[in-house]
Design a protein around this ligand. Structure first.
Ligand code: AMP
Ligand code: MN
Ligand code: MN
Ligand code: MN
Length: 275
């Protein structure tokens, strides 16, 4: 069985529509796919219909942006009720700040000699409530300012760079509560990507567990092979289950292909145990 429990569609910053994403996952041999768009769940209805046609299982999911200890982290919710009012209201609230944030990013980029990025990013975003840094990055690559996605983030879109603006997302406790209200399980996404030391990572794990978080991503497109055993050990130490996901966004953009994932280390308890 191939599980891929983290992916994006045009409902957020992916480039494939939910049905096209599901179709690609089926082609790649994925058996169980979670659609986990940023702060948005509306893609799962079309994805679910397509999954039934392709004979794969679609897990309704979401990836919630959270501000924790002054930095952005991501919490994935799996097996959520996509119509639950508490979750929908929380996501709406998280999305509502994005347009103003995008305008601030565009102003900052204009100051750095890159005009027109608000209109450019907006044109590339299918869901106009969900303009992300990825859309700005694609615009800048398309316009030839930077050669690829990796470089555009490194030079412009991360903290300390000219196109980065700070933003207040949901609180960790709220994100976990919305997921639980909607009957889902909360998964700390790609922990290896947060540039925090061991002490802060221990605080994050402890707080996530204390607030009722169930799992962490151990195998993800964002982890290097040597990070897998490190986060498998965290999962064990904090009695958290382990999840697996590509974080696929687009063919040929440099990220991981759907379903192309290493197996979980043997001592991990898979988040899908008991599903
Ligand atoms: P946002 O939610 O607007 O802050 O955008 C976050 C998204 O930007 C992530 O989900 C990734 O898709 C993308 N992203 C962040 N860092 C990088 C990076 N270094 N390279 C490529 N994409 C990135
Ligand atoms: Mn993304
Ligand atoms: Mn993420
Ligand atoms: Mn993601």
């Amino acid at each position: 069985m191939i599980f891929d429990l983290h992916s994006h569609s045009t409902a957020s910053d992916g480039v494939l529509s939910p049905p096209d994403l599901v179709s690609r996952a089926a082609q790649q041999g994925v058996n169980v796919l979670a659609l986990t768009d940023h702060d948005e769940i509306r893609g799962v209805f079309a994805a679910r219909a397509a999954a039934a046609e392709h004979g794969i299982d679609l897990v309704a999911g979401v990836e919630i942006s959270v501000t924790w200890s002054g930095r952005t982290i991501h919490i994935v919710g799996l097996r959520v009720d996509p119509e639950h009012p508490v979750l929908l209201e929380g996501l709406r609230c998280n999305r509502s700040g994005r347009r103003d944030r995008a305008q601030r990013m565009a102003d900052a980029l204009a100051g750095a000699g890159i005009p027109g990025s608000m209109a450019g990013a907006c044109l590339l975003a299918t869901n106009k409530e969900l303009i992300s840094r990825t859309h700005f990055a694609r615009f800048m690559v398309e316009q030839g300012y930077v050669k690829n996605m990796k470089t555009v983030f490194k030079k412009f879109l991360v903290r300390g760079k000219p196109g980065y603006v700070s933003h207040q997302w949901a609180a960790l406790a709220d994100a976990i509560d919305w997921i639980h209200a909607a009957g889902g399980v909360a998964v700390l996404a790609h922990p290896g990507r947060y540039e925090i030391g061991k002490e802060k990572m221990a605080l994050l794990m402890a707080e996530f567990k204390e607030l009722g978080g169930e799992a962490i991503e151990v195998v993800t497109g964002s982890h290097t092979p040597d990070q897998v055993p490190v986060f498998a050990a965290y999962a064990e130490r904090y009695a958290l289950q382990a999840s697996v996901g590509s974080d696929f966004h687009a063919p040929g953009e440099g990220g991981r292909e759907l379903g192309r994932l290493a197996p979980l280390p043997a001592h991990c308890i898979p988040v899908w145990q008991g599903w």
